[in-house]
Design a protein around this ligand. Structure first.
Ligand SMILES: NC(=O)c1ccc[n+]([C@@H]2O[C@H](COP(=O)([O-])OP(=O)(O)OC[C@H]3O[C@@H](n4cnc5c(N)ncnc54)[C@H](OP(=O)(O)O)[C@@H]3O)[C@@H](O)[C@H]2O)c1
Length: 253
C-alpha cells in the first residue's frame, strides 16, 4: 500500500513540484487548494486526489480532513505549503490583505496540523513539513505582513517539532529564498540583476522537502547560502534594515 501525503497548495509552484516528486517516490498524494480547475490540472497527471479547501478557514479544514480521513485513515505526511504573498507594508496593505496573509500563511498551518493530527498519529512514525521562507528569519520592513506571517509560522514549526516528537511525528522546517512560481513571479519583479541570479526553481525546493523527510532534517534553508540571513539579522540588524530600505529583500514576499 503506498503511503498517503497531503500537500496544501499542491496545485501550483512549490506544492505542485513537491507532489510530482512525492508521486515519483511512490507516495499517493492528496492536493489541497481553493481553485478546482488548478487542482484537477495538477492532480490528474499524477493520479492524485484533490480536495477543495481554504486552509485559513478552520471549519473548512476540519471538514476536508474528515473527508480525506474517510478515504485514508492513515496519513504518512502533511506538507503545509499553501501561502500567499502580501506586498506592501503594514500601513499600505489593506486590512483584508493583512488578515488573509496571516490566516493563510500562519494559521493555515496550525489548523491543518490540528485537523490532520489523528491521521498522522495513526500512521506514526509520520512527518510534517512546514514550508516557511527565509523571510521568516529577517524583517526588513518592505513586506511586513508577509514577513510577520512567516515569522509566526517558523515559531509554530519549531515549537511543534518538540511537541510532536513524543507522538512519533517528525516536524521539518523548509525555508526557501526567492523561487520563481505563478504566485511569486520573482523574475519580472526583481529589477536588480544580482538578485535575479539568486532565484531558484520550485523543483529544487521540492527535492529538499523530500530529502528533509527521508533524512529527518530539522531545518533546511534552500539554497544554503541564505543561512547567513538570520545571522545578519542577529548580528548586524542595522545593515539588514539598510538593505531592506533599498528594496533588497532576502526572500520572496
Ligand atoms: N516563491 C517564493 O519566492 C517563495 C519563497 C519562500 C517561501 N515561499 C512559500 O512557498 C509556499 C508556496 O508558494 P509558491 O511560491 O509555490 O506559490 P504559488 O505558486 O502561488 O502556490 C501557492 C499555492 O497555495 C494555494 N493557496 C493559496 N492560498 C490558499 C488558501 N487560503 N487555502 C488553500 N490553498 C491556498 C494556491 O492555490 P489556490 O490559490 O487555488 O488556493 C497554490 O496552490 C508559500 O507558503 C510561500 O510563502 C515561496
Amino acid at each position: 500500500m503506498p503511503q498517503v501525503a497531503v500537500v496544501t497548495g499542491g496545485s501550483s509552484g512549490i506544492g505542485a513540484a513537491t507532489a510530482r516528486k512525492l508521486a515519483e517516490r511512490g507516495w499517493s498524494c492528496v492536493l489541497v487548494g481553493r481553485d478546482e480547475e488548478r487542482l484537477r490540472a495538477a492532480a490528474e497527471p499524477l493520479g492524485a486526489e484533490w480536495e477543495r479547501c481554504d486552509v485559513g478557514d478552520r471549519e473548512a479544514v476540519e471538514r476536508a480532513a474528515a473527508a480525506i480521513g474517510e478515504r485514508h485513515p492513515k496519513l504518512g505526511l502533511l506538507v503545509n505549503n499553501a501561502g500567499v504573498p502580501g506586498r506592501g507594508g503594514f500601513l499600505r496593505a489593506s486590512p483584508e490583505t493583512i488578515e488573509a496573509v496571516t490566516r493563510t500563511n500562519y494559521l493555515g498551518s496550525v489548523w491543518c496540523l490540528r485537523a490532520f493530527l489523528p491521521l498522522l498519529k495513526a500512521a506514526a512514525p509520520s512527518d510534517v513539513v512546514n514550508v516557511v521562507s527565509v523571510a521568516g528569519t529577517v524583517a526588513s520592513g518592505s513586506a511586513g505582513p508577509y514577513t510577520a506571517s512567516k515569522h509566526a509560522q517558523l515559531a509554530f514549526s519549531r515549537a511543534t517539532r518538540a511537541e510532536l516528537q513524543p507522538l512519533g511525528i517528525r516536524v521539518h522546517t523548509v525555508l526557501p529564498g526567492f523561487v520563481e512560481t505563478p504566485g511569486f513571479p520573482q523574475r519580472s519583479r526583481l529589477s536588480n540583476r544580482f538578485l535575479r541570479t539568486l532565484i531558484a526553481e520550485p523543483e529544487l525546493i521540492a527535492e529538499r522537502i523530500v530529502a528533509a523527510v527521508e533524512h529527518d532534517r530539522r531545518e533546511v534553508v534552500v539554497p544554503r547560502f541564505y543561512r547567513v540571513a538570520p545571522l545578519a539579522q542577529a548580528l548586524v540588524p542595522g545593515l539588514v534594515a539598510w538593505a531592506g530600505a533599498r528594496g533588497v529583500r532576502p526572500s520572496g514576499d
